[in-house]
Design a protein around this ligand. Structure first.
Ligand SMILES: *Cc1c(COP(=O)(O)O)cnc(C)c1O
Length: 369
């Protein structure tokens, strides 16, 4: 390996240190560290506007947001979801005592193959949990139509789509509710953090979520439900307020990286690039490339990049239905597209500060050899 710096798939976006320090001063002055303090409330308000959603509740991380959202909706039985996602999506379903049923993905944008959805619905199905994977927004119209016909809830894992819009509407406004992640590795971070949003204002659901993220406590002398501790603290909320001021620049810089990859890799047989739809405003969170009948396979390219200190990631390998913890319950061959994509896709480094010269270097390693 050369003496060059290691390049990872992403790098956390940080605001100027002075901006964060100024907010810390305030935390020291008030000694209010958590439990829905003023930064928490301010971030909530600003995010509701930024995301163009009717209501929002903040959480300590995206996973607990999803887990508590599923609890709040009081689901039972089977939940249809995708095996091509991060562990969190299915784990949140299982940890609520629900049974995940895996629907295969399409090979255009890797979201749920809606043509297969209806066949998986049984009398036990109560919800669908699709994922806007890599920032590709699912076929929200078709999914809603199927859900309405069968009286199912739709809960989107929108962890990859911070700030995105579909036909001008905030991505967090589709279905019954959506979950966002503000983890350090995401486009917008609060160090660790997450949120649940709804399109129309939903006071009842938000009150339930507030209760569940605070141990189920309703008042000083009343505990109404078996809740958890899912509260976002003031240090995280302050980081969110700082990052929110700069997130537009972060996305612009990511777009430049995306465009450079597109210029360098377009038109190469066997190298399948992301195809962006004009009705979606993207956030450029990921740059997934699928190597399908290319002269090197995905794992060879992964190793070649690693030799040069470039850590691309195999998002998402293995598929969730191949995990050791689910292995004896599912057959990964039931979702052949997800299986194939898990073996063929590599997500390349993309973050605001990634120099375009490094993008060129990464592309050269992929194209040579
Ligand atoms: C990051 C992520 C999550 C979990 O979010 P955390 O904030 O890390 O808990 C859930 N689903 C997907 C698809 C993710 O990428």
């Amino acid at each position: 390996m050369s003496d060059r710096e290691i390049i990872n798939v992403t790098r956390a976006s940080l605001p100027p240190l002075s901006e964060y320090e100024a907010m810390l001063k305030d935390i020291w002055d008030t000694a209010w560290l958590t439990n829905m303090g003023k930064y928490h409330e301010e971030l909530k308000k600003k995010l509701r506007e930024y995301l163009s959603v009717g209501s929002i509740e903040l959480f300590v991380n995206g996973h607990s947001a999803l887990e508590l959202l599923l609890q709040a909706l009081d689901l039972h039985g089977e939940v249809i979801t995708t095996p091509f996602s991060f562990a969190s999506t299915t784990h949140a379903i299982v940890r609520n005592g629900l049974t995940p049923v895996f629907c295969d993905i399409n090979t255009e944008d890797y979201t749920l193959d809606v043509s297969q959805l209806e066949d998986l619905i049984t009398e036990k199905t109560t919800a669908i949990v699709p994922v806007h994977v890599y920032g590709n927004i699912c076929d929200v119209e078709k999914i809603q139509e199927i859900a309405d016909r069968h009286h199912l809830r739709v809960i989107y894992d929108a962890a990859h789509t911070f700030g995105e819009r579909y036909k001008g509407e905030g991505v967090g406004s589709f279905g019954d509710a959506s979950m966002f992640s503000f983890h350090a590795t995401k486009v917008f971070n609060t160090i660790e953090g997450g949120a649940v949003t709804t399109g129309k204002e939903n006071k009842e659901l938000m009150a339930k979520l507030y209760e569940l993220k605070n141990f189920g406590i309703l008042g000083q002398e009343e505990v109404a439900s078996v809740g958890a501790n899912g509260k976002m603290n003031e240090f995280c909320a302050a980081m969110g307020l700082c990052n929110l001021k700069h997130v537009g620049e972060y996305i612009e810089k990511r777009k430049a990286v995306h465009n450079r990859y597109m210029e360098n890799l377009s038109g190469v047989a066997g190298v399948i690039l992301p195809e962006h739809r004009p009705e979606i405003e993207y956030n450029y969170a990921y740059f997934p490339v699928r190597f399908h009948n290319y002269r090197m396979n995905r794992d060879e390219i992964f190793e070649n990049l690693k030799q040069d200190g470039i850590n691309a990631r195999k998002y998402f390998y293995p598929c969730i239905n191949a995990y050791a913890c689910y292995r004896n319950q599912y057959d990964v061959h039931d979702t052949p597209n997800a299986l194939m994509c898990s073996e063929e896709i590599l997500t390349l480094p993309i973050y605001p500060e990634l120099p375009l010269s490094d993008v060129d270097r990464i592309c050269n390693i992929i194209l040579r050899g």
